[in-house]
Design a binder for this molecule. Structure first.
Ligand code: ADP
Ligand code: MG
Length: 303
């Protein structure tokens, strides 16, 4: 597996990746309209005139695996405004993780059609590093280990890269310790967690907590959380959900991929989307997840 994490790709560069902006035979795919009314958009930030502020706009996005040219995304449409929480659900293999990875610029995938606009910029023109520095954060379904690099050094480097981007002075180790230590409480981790190597020997739950710690340290305008609930017991799930909720403001947004209603009861989504065969085939509110839990995917299949 290619080692790829945009948050620290200034250390492990993904710059040898192919350009992510080739367009071939863009299939103009059919996109079903939202089928279920949404009643409770939570706390979208809005201009004074009441219009929500657009953060991410994905239009007719299609992508193939670089190596095999196998199409995976087949016309994804998604709009995320500031302050919204979007959940993406769907059967295994429907393309959820691919979609998330394409957003952060993973080199395994090539864009073959459509567009992604993030904060008014063409995201596909940005390198993975630039995306991370522009406030796009992704927690991976299977976070990688970085032997020999302590968690605190890693976080310090990543945080300083973001500060440089924002024109702020870097923090030295002692200052950074002062900044990061209180954040451990958010994820309910002990202080010695900082001295361990990144993800090395971490349990599933610790890895997920660590991802959220990274998010808490780095901050993000759009946090993409891929199955943050997988492998977590109920207590860990509550900690992680509490931490994510604590990080939400009217100005940032979350895109979370999950299989379980349980997580959505902790982190209340503004919208739920169902992905099927590389497309979002349905969008609605929490009732979609409830139907799903009761009756399975066939009850809400787009086909
Ligand atoms: P989901 O997250 O919804 O379970 P994925 O996006 O991980 O689905 O995968 C969608 C499909 O694409 C699967 O059939 C998966 O095997 C395939 N796929 C995704 N990435 C790769 C890759 N890098 N190499 C080979 N196959 C891949
Ligand atoms: Mg997945």
């Amino acid at each position: 597996m290619a080692l790829f994490t945009p948050s620290f790709s200034f250390k492990i560069s993904a710059s040898s990746s192919p350009r992510r902006c080739r367009f071939v035979n863009s299939p103009r795919s059919f996109t079903p309209r939202a089928a279920v009314a949404v009643e409770t958009p939570s706390f979208s930030s809005a201009d004074r005139d009441g219009a929500p502020k657009l953060l991410l706009e994905v239009k007719d996005l299609s992508a193939v695996i670089v190596e095999s040219k196998q199409p995976i995304l087949k016309g994804v449409n998604l709009t995320v405004n500031e302050g919204e929480v979007h959940a993406v659900m769907g059967k295994n293999g429907s393309g959820k993780s691919t979609f998330a990875k394409v957003l952060v610029g993973h080199p395994d995938y090539e864009i073959t059609g459509g567009s992604i606009t993030y904060k008014g910029q063409d995201l596909l023109e940005m390198e993975p590093e630039e995306r991370a520095l522009a406030g796009l954060f992704m927690s991976f379904q299977s976070p990688v280990e970085i032997p020999g690099v302590s968690n605190i050094d890693f976080l310090n480097m990543a945080y300083n890269a973001r500060r440089r981007k924002l024109g702020l002075p870097e923090l030295g180790p002692i200052e950074f310790y002062g900044y990061v230590a209180p954040k451990l409480e958010i994820v309910n981790m002990k202080i010695d967690f900082l001295n361990r190597n990144v993800n090395e020997g971490f349990s599933g739950g610790e890895r997920k907590r660590n991802e959220i710690l990274q998010l808490a340290v780095l901050g993000a305008e759009l946090a993409i959380l891929d199955e943050i609930d997988s492998g977590l017991d109920v207590d860990a799930l509550r900690d992680v959900a509490k931490a994510v909720n604590g990080l939400l403001t009217p100005n940032n947004s979350v895109l979370m991929i999950t299989h379980y209603l349980r997580l959505l009861e902790f982190i209340k989504p503004t919208y739920i989307h169902i992905m099927e065969n590389g497309r979002i085939v349905k969008t609605g509110d929490i009732s979609i997840a409830e139907i799903l839990e009761r009756e399975g995917y066939k009850a809400i299949s787009g086909t």
